[in-house]
Design a binder for this molecule. Sequence first.
Ligand code: SF4
Length: 209
Amino acid sequence: MTAVVEPEPTVPISALEHHLYCPRQCALVHVDGLWLDNEHTVRGTAGHARPDSGRERWERGRRVLRAIPLWSERLGLSGRADVVEVSPQGMVAPVEYKIGTRHGDTAHVQLCAQGLCLEEMTGQPVTVGFLWFGASRRRLRVDLDADLRARTLTAIEEVRAWLRSGRLPPPVNDARCRRCQLVDQCQPELCAEPERVSAYLAEVVGCVC
Ligand code: SF4
């Protein structure tokens, strides 16, 4: 009998940011299909109204393309860029919109993944991207250098491994949980202590695990 070879899961670019924030959040969203909004996600969605419009325009001499689908066959990656800017010389750069003021390294990795897709799609190097922070109305240039590319490739493979396994990572159960929209579904405090889960199941369903 011929063994069935499962195709490798495609990694959504948005999963990278979830994974770097909390691997369990990433699995809840991208394996279990959970999504609930909280104040942070609602503000984020509102902040994407302009890039989501799909309208194309010229700004400061650059062509600005909005809501562009992205993919990489080589990396098994797919997603969408809020904005792709094309310079007069034909150089392309992804621009990611963020509602807050800082997002740390997670946003850099997400931007780099978009750049890697654009490189494969256009066949030309993509060396920089930009983060646009809505709260401060600041634009940050991010060099897509070797170090950031390496961290991005590592994150892609880590997410793919979790998608392949179909398992839920353990909860981080720290300050991140206070901002997490899935805290009620995740139950980080309960799940961080397996003995409490056993006690709960014994009490509620009479099952001792
Ligand atoms: S509640 Fe905490 S552990 Fe659970 S998914 Fe959110 S950040 Fe991760």
